[in-house]
Write a new protein. Structure first.
Length: 544
């Protein structure tokens, strides 16, 4: 196994001087995910790695299953660097699949269960995926039909692998074989693609390497004090960066602990699992935190094993933050992260006011932060500005997106997060808002332009602008403001049109308003700020 080789085309990487520095300083240690699991199986073979459904796999069992599945993938013709779109719910098989791909150097593309034909079709086509892994049914949706549709439209897609009843496709359970020796990837290779929340017309793909992601795990495990005693409940969608690696299930494996899979984050599913498995830590987005805080089930279950509730993905209000300890009897950890890299944590031993009122600080001393104004000039200490960041686990560019990368990164390699933040005198970050054209719907990210493009495809839509409107529960909801062509269509017809185009349901507008014209900025662009302000006003004034 070499330590470095030619990079995957279309994946920007770190300049050689940075890469050398990150290696020499010990951030990148030349590890791979395939080897990590092998090492844990050697050291903690009989300990339980993963619990979910009827499964209870030890590290040795998981490792052996991964070897057999990798051999089967290889026999199907899947090779190093081939892309495989993985869309599975919170089941143990999710890790079996991704570790098998890691071990052979094939690259998972992490789709969410909520994605539909529009997103999946795009991921498969854009990455020239050779395989697509799905459940038969989940959440009332049959993924086999979706796969049929995507396969017909994607010439590169050779295999649809189904967990459960395969129908006309291939059963995942039929793939495993006697292990064979496979050449693994280099630590500097891309390991997988995460998805960006995005602000543009199509979702962007985030290439993460073994070196950089494993460092982010190690730093997360250290800050969050995960150990062999950790029992982590995976309640958010497993493929998302937060439950995957902050420290998430992969961090739990890194530490030799136990990960428990919840098919739903709702209290009726999660609380019994916490009680039964003696879960010590879990992660939620703010709206789910409110559901847990308000649930009467908290009194019916023994949640005393839970030591830490991590909350991130969107801004948690100070009021909700203050309720966590008194209501659930566990500590709170705020997490402000992004799939592109940088993750900030409040520390477990921070004073309660810092935990409740800030989004924490970078996990690595090698994370470089800048808080700047619109001209990239640093703001005065304590002022609010755009957050830029660079470091050993923050990407230098999206996959095959040269023109976008020129805007999303500074010339010296800082990622423009699109977040507006301020730094407290203690060095903690407070998220004050957002400059990117995105709606953060309780942690689910909606790129305005993506939804606008779909709306513009409707014959009765002359123009469309999608903006956030405030919402008590989700923080924000989406509002599509539409200039109709001729008579305005019924909002329900427009939403049906978007669904029929295969848009994930969290991107379907919560509200549709019709207007004759958009407010404009000085240079004649749509002023989304003015739109948001006028919507806020009209929504808060009761109609006469
Ligand atoms: C996480 O990752 P993504 O890629 O879905 O979204 C990143 C964006 C950030 O740029 C920020 O706009 C927002 O989500 N965000 C927060 C936040 N955490 C994320 N905004 C306010 N407060 C927070 N605590 O969302 C993610 C990735 C890893 C760990 C945690 C969250």
């Amino acid at each position: 196994m070499s330590t470095s080789r030619e990079h995957l085309p279309g994946c920007p990487t770190w300049p050689e001087d940075f890469a050398r520095r990150y290696r020499e300083a010990g951030y990148w240690r030349g590890e791979t995910f395939g080897q990590l699991l092998r090492d844990r199986a050697r050291d903690f073979g009989t300990r339980v790695a993963l619990v979910g459904g009827a499964h209870r796999w030890t590290y040795a069992e998981l490792d052996a299953r991964v070897d057999r599945l990798a051999a089967g993938f290889h026999a199907l013709g899947i090779r190093s660097r081939d892309r495989v779109v993985v869309q599975l719910p919170n089941v143990p098989e999710f890790y079996e699949v991704i570790f098998a791909l890691f071990r052979m150097g094939a690259l998972p593309v992490f789709a969410l269960p909520a994605h539909r034909a529009s997103e999946i079709g795009y991921f498969c086509a854009f990455t020239e995926a050779v395989a697509y892994v799905i459940p038969d049914r989940f959440g009332g949706f049959d993924y086999r039909g979706l796969a049929e549709q995507v396969k017909a439209a994607t010439p590169t897609l050779k295999h649809v692998l189904v967990l459960g009843d395969a129908g006309s496709h291939t059963a995942l359970s039929s793939v495993a074989m006697e292990p064979v020796t496979l050449e693994g990837p280099a630590p500097s290779d891309v390991a997988f693609f995460q998805l960006s929340g995005g602000s543009t017309g199509v979702p962007k793909l985030i290439p993460r390497t073994h070196d950089d992601y494993l460092y982010s795990l190690r730093a997360s495990v250290d800050v969050c004090r995960f150990t062999q005693e950790t029992v982590y409940l995976c309640a958010l969608p497993a493929a998302h960066n937060f439950p995957l690696s902050s420290p998430g299930v992969l961090g739990t494996f890194y530490a030799g602990g136990t990960a428990v899979m919840a098919l739903s984050p709702s209290p009726d599913v999660a609380f019994p699992l916490i009680e039964r498995e003696r879960v010590t830590v879990t992660a939620l987005v703010p709206p789910l935190t409110m559901v847990w805080l308000d649930s009467t089930l908290a009194r019916k279950h023994d949640l005393s094993s839970l030591k830490v509730l991590q909350v991130g993905g969107a801004r948690l209000s100070d009021e909700a933050a203050a309720r966590v300890r008194p209501t659930l009897g566990c500590g709170l950890q705020q997490v402000f992260g992004m799939a592109e890299g940088l993750v900030n944590y409040t520390r477990l031993d921070d004073p309660e006011t810092r935990i409740v009122t800030t989004q924490g600080r970078p996990m690595s001393d090698a994370d470089e932060l800048r808080v700047v104004d619109d001209d990239d000039v640093p703001v005065a200490p304590g002022g609010t500005g755009h957050l830029l960041t660079r470091g050993p686990y923050t990407i230098r560019g999206y996959y095959k997106a040269e023109a976008h990368n020129a805007k999303a990164f500074t010339t010296d390699g800082f990622y423009r997060t699109g977040d507006l933040v301020r730094l407290t005198p203690e060095g903690d970050l407070v998220v004050e808002g957002r400059a990117k054209d995105q709606i953060n719907r309780g942690g689910d990210k909606v790129a305005a332009e993506e939804v606008e493009n779909h709306l513009l495809a409707h014959p009765s839509v002359s123009d469309a602008a999608v903006v956030a409107i405030p919402d008590k529960f989700l923080g924000e909801r989406t509002c599509a403001v539409v200039i109709p062509r001729g008579e305005a269509p019924a909002p329900s017809a427009l939403n049906a049109f978007l669904r029929q185009r295969g848009l994930a349901s969290f991107k379907i507008p919560d509200r549709i308003e019709f207007v004759a014209a958009f407010p404009q900025t000085g240079v004649g662009k749509v002023s989304k700020k003015a739109l948001r302000d006028s919507l806020r006003q009209s929504l808060s004034t009761p109609s006469p």
